[in-house]
Write a protein that binds this ligand. Sequence first.
Ligand code: FE2
Ligand code: FE2
Length: 183
Amino acid sequence: MRVRELEKDIFNRIKQNALFQFHVQRTIYYVIRLARHYHVDEEESIAGALLHDIDGIVVNTKNDFLMGQKIAKKILLSHGYSDKFIQKIQGVILTHSSGSVVKPRTKLEQIVANADALSHFEMLPLYFHVRGVKQLSFRDALKEVKIKLDRSEKKLTLYEARRIGRSLRRMTGKQFEHYDIFI
Ligand SMILES: [Fe+2]
Ligand SMILES: [Fe+2]
């Protein structure tokens, strides 16, 4: 499948970034589960997961949707994808984030936004690591991470994603249990 070449290309760009590599990998994992459940095209779903944060990967911005759409178009064209396919992925980029003004409209946009949010529940150690490098106190890091996960939970709009999210949240909840004393 052509998307495997795209996957190699994107992972090649992030081989020096453990955070992105893990995040994109887990987003792909959840998007495939949701694509199968909701009968969404798998190639579009995987491409959406691979490219949803592409601005951050290529130019180190965060949720610069216009930039992301521009970069995604260039990459997808180089892999021979059609304009129609590119437009769908650009829609994913525009709507995937909790900060997006335009909320997910299509099933494809919904499953990528939901898969993105699900992956956040598995990123606790990396989130703390990033904040540790920034020399945040443990208490502040904990507060930030909790806010982030609450936001991600609100992004779970699909029934199946909420079901998966509940068991992930139980896991992260356990990790937080003994820290409540710090807040
Ligand atoms: Fe994002
Ligand atoms: Fe993301």
